[in-house]
Design a binder for this molecule. Structure first.
Ligand code: FAD
Length: 348
């Protein structure tokens, strides 16, 4: 999709190509399975994950938007509220000078993230749940590949599951995620000594890690009850939020944006009527529930499973899948969201 709009070639040199990801059993200290996106070589010209920070994507997309004759970009402008009728939408904003302004248009796309004002103003329920345990994210300057890790690692443990990602570099930065005790105090969790202890428990090197950042975040699994009311349409985190285990949040938000842009273009050219926006809702809401939510909930359950018999069964299944090229391909088509796109295409 990024290639279609001329964005991919700008991102490739700024990201880390990660063809393989690993499932590890932290309890046993063993690699369970390695999945290689090469299995998708006949499905895509890009059989790998490009690990690329969101800010880099925003920087490159912003340059393209600035250079585009049809885009009127208003930075440092805060959206406050909307009014709509049969003829159009009026959005009230505060401009960089602190003045209120009204901007008119035919449609408004709510892409203001999980706290979407549009969603709340329209009274659209954000259905789902929030996990009790917050996730601790520690950013470390360290090369974990020397311990056999891939650039992306999902690590199962009945006591403390984890994710380990080569997040950017050079200079190398990795992110390690851990669940936290819901009763634990933020300040205690974030103390430098506590972070070091957490990392040493994960990988005992005997030397302090170079910690370059850390934060705690709350994880939700929620989907908006409607993606469209009249001329207001939700996309990205405004429409759905999920656990980051599986790296699907931004990816599925980008899929919303591309799907919706095609439909808005057809509307603007008079090639479609606005029933195409109902199809957008049918397609993307289905994907959010049946793919993004279902897969990320499954991912967390898999990593955190406590029952030894179920863990063994899950791990055997992962091994069998990774070792069989056709099963591995099917698995990767699901985890890399290709299947969600094919299914959405088939929705009338
Ligand atoms: C720890 C963590 C790791 C993640 N890792 C991944 C990953 O590996 N892969 C992946 O695909 N996803 C990942 N995600 C999810 C991803 O970050 C989000 O899904 C994605 O950023 C959502 O994009 P968005 O544009 O919809 O919303 P946002 O990124 O929230 O952007 C909303 C924008 O709207 C602006 N805004 C808000 N309100 C207003 C207003 N009133 N007026 C004007 N502007 C406003 C905000 O300033 C912001 O710039 C991760 C999330 C977390 C928390």
């Amino acid at each position: 999709m990024y290639e279609r709009i001329g964005l991919y070639r700008k991102l490739e040199p700024r990201g880390i190509a990660a063809p393989v990801f690993h499932y590890w059993d932290r309890h046993e200290g063993a690699l369970i399975a390695a999945f290689d996106h090469a299995a998708l070589k006949n499905d895509t010209r890009f059989p790998y994950v490009l690990q690329c920070e969101r800010i880099k994507i925003v920087e490159e997309a912003l340059k393209m938007a600035k250079a585009h004759a049809n885009i009127d970009l208003r930075l440092k402008t805060e959206f406050i509220s909307l009014r709509q009728d049969a003829g159009g939408v009026l959005a009230q904003v505060v401009n960089p000078a602190g003045e209120r302004e009204v901007i008119g248009g035919r449609y408004i796309v709510s892409a203001e993230g999980a706290r979407s004002i549009v969603r709340k103003d329209l009274g659209i329920a954000f259905e789902g749940f929030t996990y009790d345990d917050r996730t601790l994210n520690i950013e470390v300057a360290y090369d974990f590949t020397r311990h056999g890790y891939a650039h992306r690692n999902y690590i199962s443990d009945p006591d403390e599951w984890s994710n380990l990602f080569h997040w950017k570099g050079p200079p190398d930065r990795w992110r390690v995620h851990f669940p936290t005790d819901p009763r634990a105090d933020d300040e205690a969790l974030m103390r430098p000594a506590a972070l070091q202890a957490q990392l040493q428990k994960f990988l005992p090197t005997g030397k302090p890690f170079d910690i370059v950042g850390s934060n705690l975040y709350v994880v939700h699994q929620r989907v908006a009850a409607k993606f469209r009311i009249g001329r207001a349409i939700l996309a990205g985190d405004a429409a759905h939020i999920n656990s980051p285990i599986g790296a699907m949040g931004m990816n599925s938000g980008v899929h919303d944006a591309i799907n919706l842009a095609d439909k808005l273009i057809a509307l603007a050219r008079g090639e479609a009527d606005d029933s195409v926006l109902d199809r957008y809702e049918r397609q993307r809401r289905h994907v959010a529930i049946a793919h993004t939510q279902a897969q990320t909930i499954r991912n967390k359950r898999l990593l955190a499973e406590r029952d030894p018999a179920v863990r063994r069964r899950n791990h055997d299944e992962l091994r069998r899948t990774a070792d069989n090229p056709e099963l591995a391909r099917k698995f990767l088509l699901r985890t890399a969201l290709f299947e969600s796109l094919r299914e959405a295409d088939s929705i009338a």
